[in-house]
Design a protein around this ligand. Sequence first.
Ligand SMILES: [Zn+2]
Length: 354
Amino acid sequence: MAELLLSPDYPHARAAFLAAAASVSVGITSFPHPLKGPADEDLAVDVADLGPADASTVVLVVSATHGVEGYCGSALQTHWLTHDAAERPTDVRVVHVHALNPFGMAWVRRVNEDNVDLNRNFVDWSQPPPANADYGRIADLLVPAEWTDAELTRTTTELLGYADDWGFARLQAVISGGQYAHPTGVFYGGTGPVWSHRWLREFCAASLTGAERVIIIDLHTGLGPWGVGELIASAPKGEPHYDRAAQRWGSITSMLDGDSVSAVLAGDWLMVAGDLAPHAEVTPITIEYGTVDPITVLQSLRADAWLHSRGDPRGSNAPMVRAQVRAAFADDDPAWIAACWTRFAEVMGAALQP
Ligand SMILES: [Zn+2]
């Protein structure tokens, strides 16, 4: 088997995915995104749809919900198409959604074109978004006006002071739980459904109508031990989404029960996965692959938020910040993606069981 490597940028990742689909004679439907990537390249959500259109079971695999995390997800989808697609059960439909947030992937950001974290955007917009007053106390520390060594040292020291006062778990929840009041901050949820949110709802409404069972695998990176793929449910134990996922995959955690590497958060799309296919039995799971420690991840997100709000995303600082973000969410060590692949192959195998 050819060595599995991460693509250097979005155009290479996209081309590899399209070529892998073509190599197994799978048609692609491309949904253009209105904006461009940093090299002026076109952006799109690309969908590879395998198996009978009227299959009762659909396995839906999604990459790049958090843009930059798609370098891992894309490599896994491409490798699966090349090496495992031919062996799949022929009565199951497998739908690979490549780069749900193509702008974030191309610009090496976790967020989208609106600085919105897609997994904080699926809240109920008929209601006021969740409040996170404590975020306001640290907003200017997280994304200061200047991004110099001196400011980085000062603000990081002050943030660590909050970690002492509040405890690290509470600080993690305040920072990463989602906020709706600071559009240039981190983990911002937006003011309404964003492009990728609207696309996903429309795609599912149009494409999943005939399915009786929908199994969803959403691919993420950046939390947990290096190369480990934790399976995280977005429902608590005892809820059907959790229980069906536990039955299918065995050892899973719930972000709502405090046993997961993830903080409790609002607006995760898997929380509303049941609404995306209301007639079907839905079994959603996140795979969260660990990379580096949480402080290193956070520092990269602060740098990214600064670059896109106060700095110049096409300026001289930009390549360094993008390299920092990429290193926090995608490890180019072949051993890392090999470990991710082993886990993904297991999870796909279980997803494809009757
Ligand atoms: Zn993620």
